[in-house]
Write a protein that binds this ligand. Structure first.
Ligand code: SAH
Length: 394
C-alpha cells in the first residue's frame, strides 16, 4: 500500500475531519501503479489515516478512516451503509422512495454517491479508486430486500475501463425509466442518461416549500429539467405554469412526470418554452408577461474556483432577468449548486441582480440540501437557495 506524507498544517486539518489531499500537497514521491488504498503517516511516522487513492487525479487521497487502522472489507462498508440507511428511515414514512443513501464523504464513502429510486440503486463514483471495491459495495446493497437493479454512473473526468457510465452491475440489462415517489408525488427517472444519477434529489425540501406557497399563483419554472419543481407547484394548486429549458428531452420527461400525477391537464394553463433561459426571460419581459412566482434553479455555473467571478456575474444577471418578470408582491426563488461559490457570495449576487432591475427582495427563507444530503465540511455545502417577496422600486 502506498505511504504518503503531508505538511504539519494539513495534518492538523485532516485530524479535525477535513478529508482531502491534493497531489501538490504530497511531501514524498509515490509510485504510479499503486493500488486503490493509501496510508497517511504523520510527521512522527505514526498512522494518521487510510484512504482511497487515485494517483491520476489531482484530488489523490480521500480519507476513509481516521486515526485507527482498519481493514477495508465487506464489514467495514456494511456498518457505514446500515448507519446511513437508519439515518434516512423517516423518509419512507413521508412517502419518499427516491433518496440519497450515501452522500460521499459525509457518510464515510468519500467520492462515492449512492441514490436509491425504489428498487433501482445507482452508484456514482467520482474517483476510479472505487472500482476495486465495487464488488463489495454491490454485496452490501444486495444484503437489502427488493434490490432489482444496480447501475453505475461515472463522473465526467473518470477514464473509462471495464466500467463505463451506465453499466448495469446487477439485474436486467435493459434500463427503462424507473418510477419512484417523493413526498407522495410520482416521478420517472432515466438513471442512465439523466444528469447526476437522473434526478436532483437534493432539492426535495425546497420543492416542498414551493408546493406550500403555490396555491392560486402563476408560476415560471426556469431550468425546469424533468419538472421536479413543476409537479410540486401544480400539486400545491398553482393556476398557471410555464417551464423553460434548453433540452427538449428534459421538457418531454417533464410532461411525462406531470401526466403521472395529474390526469386532467387539458383545462390547466401549461406551457413549455424550449431555448436559452437568458434569452427567453428577456423575450417574456419585452412582452410584459408577469408571474406570481419565478423559480431559478440553473445548472452549476462554476465547476472550479477560477470560474467564480463569471459565475457570480451569471447569477446576478439571472436574478435581474428573473425578478423583472415577478408581478408586484410576487415571489422569487433562486438557487445555486456551484460548490466553488459560497452561500454569502451567492446571496449578494442575487440581491445585486434584483437591485439592477430596480426591485427589492425581502428574504423569507434561506435553505440548502434535503436531509439525506448531510454535510460534514464546508466544501460539500454546494446547494444554497433563497426565497423572498419582491417589492417595487428599491
Ligand atoms: N431545476 C431542476 C434541475 C435543473 S438542472 C430540477 O429541480 O430538477 C439544469 C437544467 O438546465 C437542465 O435541464 C438543462 O437542460 C438546463 N439548461 C442548461 N443551460 C440552459 C440554458 N442556458 N437555458 C435553458 N436551460 C438550460
Amino acid at each position: 500500500m502506498v505511504k504518503i506524507k503531508i505538511s504539519k498544517t494539513l495534518e492538523a486539518k485532516i485530524k479535525k475531519g477535513y478529508p482531502w489531499i491534493f497531489k501538490y500537497q504530497l511531501q514524498n514521491p509515490v509510485s504510479e501503479n499503486s493500488g486503490s488504498l493509501a496510508v497517511l503517516y504523520d510527521h512522527k511516522n505514526r498512522f494518521l489515516a487510510i484512504g482511497i487513492w487515485d494517483p491520476d487525479s489531482d484530488l489523490c487521497f480521500r480519507v476513509l478512516n481516521l486515526l485507527e487502522p482498519k481493514e477495508i472489507n465487506y464489514g467495514f462498508f456494511q456498518e457505514r451503509f446500515q448507519k446511513a440507511l437508519s439515518l434516512r428511515k423517516g423518509l419512507i414514512e413521508q412517502g419518499t422512495t427516491g433518496y440519497r443513501v450515501l452522500n460521499g464523504e459525509n457518510d464515510g464513502f468519500p467520492g462515492l454517491v449512492l441514490d436509491k429510486y425504489d428498487k433501482t440503486w445507482v452508484i456514482k463514483v467520482y474517483t476510479k479508486g472505487w472500482f476495486e471495491f465495487l464488488g463489495r459495495i454491490l454485496e452490501v446493497i444486495q444484503s437489502e430486500k427488493n434490490v432489482e437493479q444496480v447501475v453505475l454512473r461515472l463522473a465526467r473526468n473518470i477514464e473509462k475501463s471495464d466500467f463505463f457510465d451506465g453499466k448495469v452491475l446487477f439485474g436486467p440489462d435493459s434500463v427503462v425509466p424507473v418510477n419512484f415517489q417523493e413526498n407522495h408525488l410520482n416521478f420517472q427517472v432515466d438513471v442512465v442518461n439523466g444528469q447526476k444519477t437522473g434526478f436532483f434529489l437534493d432539492q426535495r425540501d425546497n420543492r416542498l416549500q414551493i408546493k406550500k406557497i403555490s396555491r392560486g399563483l402563476s408560476v415560471l419554472n426556469v431550468f425546469s429539467y424533468t419538472g421536479g419543481f413543476s409537479v410540486y407547484a401544480i400539486s400545491g394548486g398553482c393556476r398557471k405554469l410555464v417551464e423553460i429549458d434548453s433540452n427538449p428531452w428534459a421538457l418531454n420527461d417533464s410532461l411525462q412526470n406531470l401526466k403521472l400525477n395529474f390526469q386532467e391537464t387539458r383545462n390547466f394553463d401549461f406551457q413549455q418554452i424550449e431555448g436559452d433561459a437568458f434569452q427567453k426571460l428577456k423575450e417574456l419581459n419585452s412582452n410584459n408577461t408577469r408571474f406570481d412566482l419565478v423559480i431559478l434553479d440553473p445548472p452549476a455555473f462554476a465547476r472550479s474556483k477560477k470560474h467564480r467571478p463569471q459565475a457570480l456575474e451569471a447569477y446576478s444577471r439571472l436574478a435581474e432577468l428573473g425578478v423583472q418578470l415577478v408581478a408586484e408582491g410576487g415571489k422569487l426563488f433562486a438557487a445555486s449548486c456551484s460548490a466553488p461559490v459560497s452561500a454569502d457570495d451567492f446571496y449578494k449576487a442575487v440581491h445585486k441582480g434584483v437591485a439592477l432591475a430596480n426591485r427589492k427582495l425581502t428574504e423569507i427563507t434561506r435553505s440548502g440540501h434535503a436531509i439525506d444530503h448531510p454535510v460534514r465540511f464546508a466544501e460539500m455545502e454546494y446547494l444554497k437557495s433563497v426565497t423572498g417577496w419582491v417589492g417595487g422600486k428599491k
